[in-house]
Design a protein around this ligand. Structure first.
Ligand code: ATP
Ligand code: MG
Ligand code: FE
Length: 355
């Protein structure tokens, strides 16, 4: 039984062919980094046009690699939410068209659920990592969920302003680092002094599950350029300052993420332990996905927290943290639950309260 998974929510065009047992037979990711580089961020219109040019070659590549034809497929899955409208539309129209042409059932995926499901794809992960507390840290989201199953997630809280990945990217832009910036900030951070600047850990003492990263971003701005408007491209910043700013910034982000996860886990562990699989039940397991989950400091500090507090931790493998179609393997869960999408499936760019 074979699944074709399609992903086009932001600026990666991706497809994968995945067997029911999780084996990936073929996959392809076309990034658009060089297209958006000169603008320092993803330009929605350019992204949509690039998806349109790439989607069929990308699907072809994955299918050829897997050596399968349309008639061999069991179902076609596509992320229909959340994301950029024009980007989502290309993937959804392609998936609907192929589902119609090949007469295959269509499955609609929540991109964020798929980011978390990447934890299930780690070698050695248990057959079912749910229930769990889920942290999504990506370019567009920073949210905590109580995941009852792979496809039933209860939103606990999330960022009230910038996402963690967005903050990484904005700091990178201020330091004139190459696009996409998050990974460049992380690289420089490894050689910097994380105590050089004392940046705010916003909401770290707040008992709820919300986050805020815009104050941190502003603090970085002031540290680099002082108050007032500045043209960062003309600012002379020494390499040592760059490294120290990156290290101190990264430490602030990671401290908040780790503290919030520890608190969420403490609150949910042993809750209703007699019926651990019922909604609202307890869990002592943390799962983490999304692009920022590739960050080494975050991985290291979460691991240390897990050992200290005694909770189970699964973080998506680094190559499945940023956008890809392999995490679309979650579609098999929907297939098993008979959750199919109609052929007039529409896109849902925005989400209410994390859904
Ligand atoms: P969303 O999933 O919320 O719709 P997205 O799909 O654009 O947003 P992802 O592809 O999951 O986001 O992740 C991209 C983000 O991850 C970017 O903001 C990028 O800077 C960040 N990122 C990638 N690698 C690292 C790293 N090593 N350290 C920190 N941030 C990173
Ligand atoms: Mg991307
Ligand atoms: Fe993503």
């Amino acid at each position: 039984e074979l699944l074709l998974s399609i992903e086009s929510t932001c600026d990666e065009t991706a497809a994968a062919v995945i067997r029911r047992d999780g084996t990936v037979l073929g996959q392809c990711i076309a990034t658009q980094e060089t297209l958006h580089e000169q603008f320092g961020g993803v330009v929605p219109e350019i992204a949509a046009r690039a998806h349109l040019e790439r989607i069929l070659p990308v699907i072809d590549t994955a299918m050829n690699q897997a050596n399968v034809r349309g008639e061999d497929l069991t179902a076609i899955a596509v992320a229909d939410r959340p994301g950029l409208a024009g980007s989502l539309l290309v993937g959804v129209v392609a998936a609907k068209t192929l589902a119609l042409a090949w007469n295959k059932p269509l499955i609609a995926l929540n991109h964020l659920h798929a980011h978390l499901y990447a934890c299930q794809l780690i070698d050695g992960a248990p057959d079912d990592i749910y229930p769990a507390i889920g942290l999504i840290v990506s370019g567009g989201h920073t949210s905590l969920y109580h995941c009852h199953t792979a496809i039933e997630l209860e939103y606990l809280g999330g960022t009230i302003d910038d996402a963690a990945g967005e903050a990484f990217d904005k700091v990178a832009a201020m330091l004139s680092l190459p696009f996409p910036g998050g990974i460049e900030v992380a690289k420089l951070a490894m050689e910097g002094n994380d105590q050089a600047y004392s940046f705010p850990r916003s909401m770290i003492h707040d008992p709820g599950d919300n986050f805020s990263f815009s104050g941190l971003k502003t603090a970085v701005r002031y540290a680099i350029a002082g108050p007032g408007r500045q043209d960062f491209s003309t600012l002379e910043i020494s390499d040592q300052v760059k490294r120290d700013v990156c290290a101190s910034f990264e430490a602030a982000v990671v401290d908040v993420l780790v503290a919030k996860c520890r608190r969420a886990i403490k609150r949910h562990r042993n809750r209703n332990a007699s019926s651990p699989n019922e909604p609202g039940s307890g869990t002592n397991r943390l799962i983490v996905g999304g692009g920022v989950a590739a960050n080494l400091r975050l991985r290291r500090d979460l691991q240390a927290a897990a050992e200290k507090d005694g909770f189970e931790l699964w973080i998506a493998p680094p190559h499945l943290c940023t956008d890809n179609a392999v995490m679309g393997a979650i579609a098999w869960k929907k297939y098993e639950a008979d959750q199919f999408a109609p052929l007039d499936l529409d896109i849902t760019p925005g989400l209410q309260r994390g859904f």
